[in-house]
Structures are given as C-alpha cells and as structure tokens.
Design a protein around this ligand. Structure first.
Ligand code: KG4
Ligand code: ZN
Length: 331
C-alpha cells in the first residue's frame, strides 16, 4: 500500500509547529518554535503577541519541516491544521496559512481538533496502540476524561468544572515565586518536598474534575504563612491534584471494564503523575500509556497523526474553513 504523508500545522497557543507524519504513526519531522521566552516576561501567554510571532515564523518552519523530512510539497498527500480549540488569533494564523498552502499546492485540507491531536500523540509513541481506550487529557487548557471508541469517535465522560489542571500548576508556580511556565518548575521543586499539607479534594458522582479549590487553598496558605516550605507546598499540591485524577480514572476503568488508560497533554509530562499512574496500573492490572515528552506538549506531529485518521475517514475541509476557539471534541 502506498504511504500517506500528512503535513500537520499547529498554532493554537504559543508554539508554531509544522510536521510531516507517515501513515499516522511515524514522525518524519516535527519542527517546533516555542515562544516561551517571549511570554515569560509577562508571566503568561499574551494572545496578540502569540499571533504576531506565528505570522513571522510559520513559512520558515514549513520549509524546515519539509527539509528535515527530506520531501517536497509534491510528496505530501494532505495538509492538516488545528482548527480549535485555542486562542482565536493564533489559530487563524495556522488556518489561513494552511488554506493558502492547500490552494497553491492543490492538496486536500483537513481540519483537526487540538484535543484529538493530543490523544493521537500516543499513536506516534506506541505503534501497537489502537482504540478503544480511556484517555485522560491533561493540559494547560483542558482536563477531559474521554472514551475513545474508535480513531474518529469520542465520548467525553468528564471535564473540569473550573480551571484546567495545567492552569492550576502555572498559578501555583506563580504564587510560590517559580515563574512561567510553572508546571515543570513545580514538578522539580516538589521532588525536594514532602506532601504533608492537607488540601481539599472535591469528589463528584460523575467523572468531572475541579482544581480551583486546591489551587485557592495553596494560594491562601502561602499568603497567610509566607515561611511555609515551598517544596512541601508543591508536593502537597501535586498529590491533591493527582488524587482528583486517579479517583475518576479508577471509577471509569471499573465501569467501562477498560484494559488501558492513555494519558495526553502537557501535564502528562509530570513525574509524580506518571509515578502515580504506574502504581494505578499495577493496582488495577491495566496498561498505562503516555506519549514521549516532546509529544505531550503542543506540537504538529500529533496534528499530523490525528489528520491522517480524519483523512482516511474521508473528512475534507474547504477554503471556507475558519478557526473555532471553543471547538468541542468529536465535532
Ligand atoms: O498541552 P500543552 O502544551 O498546551 C495546551 O494545549 O494547553 O500544555 C501546557 C501545560 C502548561 O500548563 C504547563 O505548565 C504544563 O503543561 N506542563 C507541566 C509539565 N510540563 C508541562 N505540568 C506539570 N508538570 C510538568 N512536568
Ligand atoms: Zn495542547
């Protein structure tokens, strides 16, 4: 069978990335230009600056992606682009660029949901992984527990009622003085601390999550007692936030008789969360999967992988394609 090459384009937040992916499973190139250094001084992503940076670099990133994969645009079967969710101005840069490239190169255009992209990041790490499985997407913008029924069918079982988990990590990092982006910094500092501070973990009858109570408790404790050990605070935060995740996953695995749980999104890089899911894997006798670190945070290879499954499913976008900042999974 002929190989299918998909060009993935991602610009939903602060990474401009273009990748070439073979048959939905193999990364030929995955060029990522992160704007972290630019946004660092503002303590978070500034949407207008993000859009402007995408515009400046996107064409160069495309050329590098082709060169690294050792292919030309003629070799590409389709162009897949993140349509949403994300920052509207940032998304529009990628969508408009993809439309232009699709038009001039006469290649089909494929719209990709960013969250479905995060899930597909796992197909690039595990060549044997196939749906159905339960997937926990934990990122800066999203916290979803999803029943992945097939490559193109998704059922959301639960979602956060307030902050995304990554947002809570970033906020905690900011209040304890670690700076942006906070997730990896909390991860490192927590390793030096003890999870000896009790924080409130919400429990729901369904599969929803909540992180704002845990986050606010950390902020208040830190405010009232500035001498509190920051490493202990970080470790306690991670323990409480992870308990919120494992409680729901444990429940869902039992109800759905799942034999695998797949993690995705930037926060799935977290070492405490990975350790906790490894333990859960032993406890529940299930397989746990998480993408290699570079495929956890935003990148275009995951968009190319998800785009491949949309392409082979016959989905095609046209030049009316628009960015949808609150695009829902499965739409
Ligand atoms: O998936 P991603 O790149 O962007 C979104 O789609 O949101 O996730 C970024 C998030 C940020 O909140 C960042 O702090 C968090 O992932 N993150 C981590 C770690 N590495 C990245 N959070 C906890 N521990 C980490 N090691
Ligand atoms: Zn993301």
């Amino acid at each position: 069978m002929k190989d299918i090459l998909i060009m993935g384009i991602e610009s939903s937040c602060d990474e401009t990335s273009i990748a070439i992916v073979k048959n939905g499973r193999e990364v030929l190139s995955n060029v990522i230009n992160s704007q972290i250094k630019i946004h660092e001084e503002y303590g978070g992503v500034v949407p207008e600056i993000a859009s402007r940076c995408h515009t400046e670099v996107i064409n160069q990133i495309m050329k590098e992606a082709l060169k690294e994969a050792n292919v030309t645009i003629d070799d590409i079967d389709a162009i897949a682009v993140t349509q949403g969710p994300g920052l509207v101005g940032a998304l529009l840069v990628g969508v408009s660029y993809a439309k232009g490239l699709s038009y001039v190169s006469n290649k089909p255009l494929i719209a990709v949901n960013h969250i479905e992209g995060h899930i597909a990041g796992n197909y690039l790490t595990y060549s044997e992984l196939e749906p159905p499985f339960l997937c926990l997407i934990i990122s800066g913008g999203h916290t979803h527990l999803v029943n992945v029924k097939s490559y193109n069918e998704f059922e959301i079982l639960g979602r956060t009622k307030d902050d995304a988990i990554g947002e809570a990590f970033d906020k905690v990092a900011r209040v304890v003085g670690l700076g942006y982006p906070g997730g990896p910094k909390v991860d490192n500092l927590a390793k030096e601390g003890k999870a000896n501070i009790d924080l409130p973990v919400s429990h729901f009858d369904n599969y929803d999550f909540s992180f704002s109570g845990i986050k606010t408790a950390v902020i208040n404790l830190n405010h009232k007692n500035p001498n509190l050990n920051k490493a202990d605070l970080c470790a306690s935060f991670e323990k409480a936030a992870t308990e919120m995740l494992t409680t729901n996953v444990r429940k869902a695995v039992k109800e759905f008789h799942a034999d695998k749980i797949v993690l995705a999104g930037g926060v799935s890089r977290n070492s405490y969360i990975r350790d906790s899911f490894d333990k859960l894997s032993d406890e529940l006798k299930i397989e746990v999967y998480y993408p290699e670190p570079i495929l956890c945070t935003d990148n275009a290879a995951m968009i190319g992988a998800a785009g491949y499954y949309n392409y082979t499913n016959g989905e095609r976008a046209d030049l009316k394609l628009n960015a949808v900042p609150n695009l829902k999974i499965g739409e």
